[in-house]
Write a protein that binds this ligand. Structure first.
Ligand code: 7TS
Length: 416
């Protein structure tokens, strides 16, 4: 928490790197790992690994049911994690924090539970052209069932949202505006507060896909005014298998359960049931207990360093990366200037296909992602089948940017 208040705090990168055991790995003798795919999933610090290990070694038991010491410890740890995560995103109460498997499941929960109750024939849902498939397909599925009208805020050539097209679409009086706060391809940081304010003016609810924002910039649901907000643990130093849906209490209270089973009920009879209170109503079956505890540790880790400091570090890295990449003849980087984006650089190289680039970089120990990054419509819009994407996090250094640039020159030599 302290570090969060020091707006200009510099990160001690070497100290941070020492927390991540995998970063010490050599991919071949003398070739250290350069991990540039944190947008897909981040690496995990020992603090998270140890919290999960400790739970399994000392306190493993099922939660919310046993009356013995282990079960009580497990329950307390799980609920403490929820409290810290609620504080991390500024939720008014931990009841507004639902544990899911990931962002994808969180969005599907909203589509199924809120969507099926509140959306019907001809209703308009506004999305954007830069959405990840997980904020497209759930709405397409529901649109087919309910005859909804999906409309898309357009993306400009330089990778920003066209707010004029948004203002036009709002005249259709949408019921929901669902958008990513940070593009996983372009890195664009969306003016989420403004988008939400405009949506509320026409009475629409909002869902923020925060899979890429919560790990990288300070996010406060109260400040944003978000109605729903979804993110994944594994992209923010936490484990896989745990994600979060934040929802405004009033909305969540009025929604029917998503999945049925144990823990989400207060009372069951043969032909009927009574739902449990929030947040349990939406957590059917045995939860990912160790993973929630791991995500709690991840949130402590990130808060200890400070989200402002992390954001600032990534700003420096991306500004440097864009400068270096754009020097390379034949490289085109997509998305806006550094000041409008997070630390994601998706690019094409005129001589080589993204998959070849990625494979050659891998020989140098450099991990980047190649493909459409689960945003096919966005790639289509830019008229490219695939890009190579280098993404950065709190543990990446400018030296690693240099290694990437050297690697790209090697690719150029091979294809020359
Ligand atoms: N939304 C955005 C903006 C994302 O970047 C991703 C994952 C998701 C949703 C889905 O997250 P999940 O945890 O439910 O899978 N993005 C990526 C990526 O860019 N490369 O691999 C996964």
């Amino acid at each position: 928490m302290m570090a969060d208040q020091q707006q200009c705090a510099r990160l001690d990168i070497q100290k941070i790197r020492a927390d991540f055991p995998i970063l010490g790995r050599e991919m071949r003798s003398g070739v250290p790992l350069v991990y540039l795919d944190s947008t897909a999933t981040s690496q995990k610090p020992v603090q998270v690994l140890e919290a999960m290990d400790r739970y399994y070694r000392r306190s493993n038991a099922n939660i919310h049911r046993g009356l013995y010491t282990l079960a009580e410890e497990a329950t307390v740890e799980y609920e403490n994690a929820r409290e810290r995560i609620a504080a991390f995103i500024g939720a008014a109460t931990p009841k507004e924090v639902i544990f899911t498997r990931n962002t994808t499941e969180s969005i599907n929960l909203v589509a199924r539970s809120w969507g099926q109750t509140n959306l019907d024939d001809g209703d308009v849902v506004i999305l954007t052209e830069m959405e990840h498939h997980s904020n497209l397909v759930p709405w397409q599925l529901l649109a087919a069932e309910r005859n909804l009208r999906l409309e898309f805020i357009s993306v400009t050539r330089d990778g920003l949202l066209d707010l004029d097209s948004y203002a036009e679409l709002l005249k259709l009086e949408p019921k929901l505006v669902a958008f990513t706060q940070m593009s996983n391809v372009l890195g664009t940081i969306i003016p989420a507060r403004e988008i939400i304010r405009m949506a509320h003016q026409v009475g629409a609810n909002t869902l923020v896909d925060a899979a890429q924002s919560v790990p990288h910039i300070p996010v406060d649901v109260g400040d944003l005014g978000a109605d729903f907000l979804a993110f994944s643990g594994h992209k923010m130093c936490g484990p896989t298998g745990i994600g979060v849906l934040y929802g405004r209490k009033k909305l969540l209270e009025a929604m029917p359960p998503f999945l049925g089973g144990g823990d989400m009920i207060k009372r069951v009879e043969l032909r009927s049931f009574q739902s449990n209170a929030l947040p349990y109503k939406f957590e059917a079956g045995t939860s990912a207990i160790a993973e929630a505890i791991g995500l709690g540790a991840a949130v402590d880790y990130l808060s200890g360093i400070g989200m402002k400091a992390i954001e600032q570090h990534e700003q420096e890295i991306i500004a440097y990366a864009l400068e270096r990449l754009e020097e390379i003849p034949g490289v085109e980087v997509f998305g806006p200037e550094a000041q409008y984006k997070g630390a994601v650089a998706s690019f094409t190289l005129s001589e080589a296909h993204a998959h070849d680039i990625s494979q050659i970089l891998d020989r140098e120990g450099i991990a980047v992602r190649a493909g459409h990054h689960c945003a096919m419509p966005l790639h289509e819009k830019f008229g490219i089948p695939a890009t190579t994407r280098a993404s950065f996090y709190l543990y990446n250094t400018k030296e690693e940017v240099d290694r990437l640039v050297e690697g790209i020159y090697k690719v150029k030599n091979i294809f020359a």
